[in-house]
Structures are given as C-alpha cells and as structure tokens.
Design a binder for this molecule. Structure first.
Ligand SMILES: Nc1ncnc2c1ncn2[C@@H]1O[C@H](COP(=O)(O)OP(=O)(O)O)[C@@H](O)[C@H]1O
Ligand SMILES: Cc1cn([C@H]2C[C@H](O)[C@@H](COP(=O)(O)OP(=O)(O)O)O2)c(=O)[nH]c1=O
Length: 245
C-alpha cells in the first residue's frame, strides 16, 4: 500500500505522515516513512540542489526536471523495493506537489509536468491525503502563536512568484535567516523558522493559490485523494486520516 500526504507548507503533513506510520507499525506492519524531495541517498543530494543556493539558480523548467529526477530515484531505490517486499510506504509529498506547486508557479508548465510524470514515474499512490488548512492558521502554527490572526490579510507582504519558481522562493526565504542566525519565537525550531520565513517570502496569497490547487486536485481524483480537515489537535486530524484510509 502506497500512501502520500500533500498540502501547503506547514499544514501538518509531516506530523500526520509520522502519526499514521506509528499507528500502522503498532498494528505490526512494516512501514517505510519517507519524504520528497528526497527519500533516497541520490534524491537527498538532488534536494540540496533544489533548496540551497541562489534564488535564480535554476529556471522553472530545470527545477521541474530536478524534482522529477529526484522522484525517479526515490521510486527506484526506496518506494518500489519496499512495496515489492510487502511493506507499506508513507511519503510526505509525491507527484501531486509538482502538479500543484509547479502548476501554480508556472501554469504553462502543466502539460510538461504530466508528460514527464507519465514518461518517468507512471505511478500514483493508492491513497493520497490532502491536509487542508487555512494558510493563516498554518503560519500561526509555524510561528508558535496560540491562535491564528483572525481576519489577518491573506495577501502577501511581498510579491508572490507568479511567474517564478516555488522552490527557488523557498531557497531565497530560508537561506538568509539561516546565515544570519536569526531566531524565531523562543519556542521555534529550525524547521519552524524555515516555514515562517518561507511564508514571509512567498506570501499568504501564494499559499492560498496552492491550497486552492490542492482542493481542485482532490475533486479531480475522487477515487484516490481524500481531503482532510487539518484544523484542531494533531490527534483529531490523525483520527480523520484513519477513518479515510
Ligand atoms: N494539528 C496541529 N495543531 C497544532 N500544531 C500542529 C499540528 N500539526 C502540526 N503542528 C505543528 O505545526 C508545524 C508544522 O507542522 P508539520 O507537520 O511540520 O507541517 P508540514 O509537514 O506540512 O510542513 C510544526 O511545528 C508542528 O509541530
Ligand atoms: C516535492 C515537491 C516540493 N516542492 C516544494 C514545496 C516546498 O516549498 C519545498 C520543500 O518541500 P518540503 O521539505 O516538503 O517543505 P515543507 O515541509 O515546508 O512542506 O519544495 C515543489 O515545489 N515541488 C515538488 O514536487
């Protein structure tokens, strides 16, 4: 059984992938918990090419090829061998992330995304959970605030990369903070700080378009994709996921 978690940055995908893997393991199943970009030694090296370096390091087309190359290696080296021996695979992001992120960042790439997927990947998860959360709530979680800023503007503080490239913006967002050694809220981890900075650079408007993209994807693939309300405590979301498995 091949399961993927999808959604906007900070929606709770990693948390839910981990909780599902733990509960499946508690039932005695072998579970491989993995992630994209990455999930195999070669794909983790490609991940570094994607998330590190200058914002204009890659064109959107090259970035799409790198995501696809990473996914092919992940599939060959991690996912297929695990499925072949009867393990369950739970991945934090898969091809739907490319459909939505690269599709939203560059609509004209949508056909190339599907062509490359068919040629080089050709596999869909048996079940995909889209963790659906308001971007303002995801930001509130990432910054460690107790509650989301109700009524906060959902437009970006900066120019969203409408003709740009999602991972490049991600890179741009993360690198300066890490270099400066700036700290987020006192309770923040490095991952929290990254998520917060990414939101600041990409803007809530961009995250809103991604959310819409994931919701549309769920409607277009009702057989495979389940839209999960990501609000409330992690355990409550996990129960929704289990009920929809
Ligand atoms: N249901 C939840 N309620 C509150 N905080 C959560 C919940 N799920 C995750 N978090 C926290 O929100 C942040 C982002 O969660 P994470 O699972 O890493 O999201 P993603 O993988 O989608 O970026 C983390 O600090 C995590 O601990
Ligand atoms: C897998 C994948 C990720 N991405 C982007 C989404 C994220 O902004 C970035 C890194 O992914 P990830 O590490 O999953 O970020 P997060 O934990 O914050 O959700 O790469 C794409 O643009 N296309 C893809 O195919």
């Amino acid at each position: 059984m091949f399961i993927s978690f999808e959604g906007i940055d900070g929606s709770g995908k990693s948390t839910q992938a981990r909780l599902l893997a733990e509960s499946l393991r508690a039932e005695g199943r072998e579970v491989v918990l993995t992630r994209e970009p990455g999930g195999s030694p070669g794909a983790e090296q490609i991940r570094r090419l994607l998330v590190e370096g200058r914002a204009d390091r890659w064109s959107p087309e090259t970035e799409l090829l790198l995501f696809t190359a990473a996914r092919r290696d992940h599939l060959e080296r991690t996912i297929r061998p695990a499925l072949d021996r009867g393990a369950w695979v739970v991945t934090d992001r898969f091809a739907d992330s490319t459909r939505v992120y690269q599709g939203v960042a560059r609509a004209e790439l949508a056909e190339a995304v599907e062509d490359l997927h068919r040629l080089m990947i050709g596999t869909e998860p048996d079940r995909t959970f889209v963790i659906d959360l308001d971007p303002a709530q995801a930001l509130a979680r990432a910054t460690g605030r107790a509650s989301p800023a109700i009524g906060a503007p959902t437009t970006s503080h900066t120019i969203p990369p409408e003709n740009g490239n999602a991972a490049q913006s991600h890179r741009e967002a993360v690198t300066p903070a890490q270099k400066d050694g700036r700290r987020g809220p006192s309770t923040g981890t490095d991952k929290d700080i990254s998520a917060e900075d990414r939101f600041e650079a990409m803007g809530l408007g961009f995250q809103q378009r991604l959310r819409d993209g994931f919701r549309a994807l769920a409607l277009a693939h009702l057989d495979r994709v389940r839209l999960i309300d990501g609000s409330g405590p992690a355990e409550a979301v996990a129960a929704r996921v289990r009920a929809a498995l």
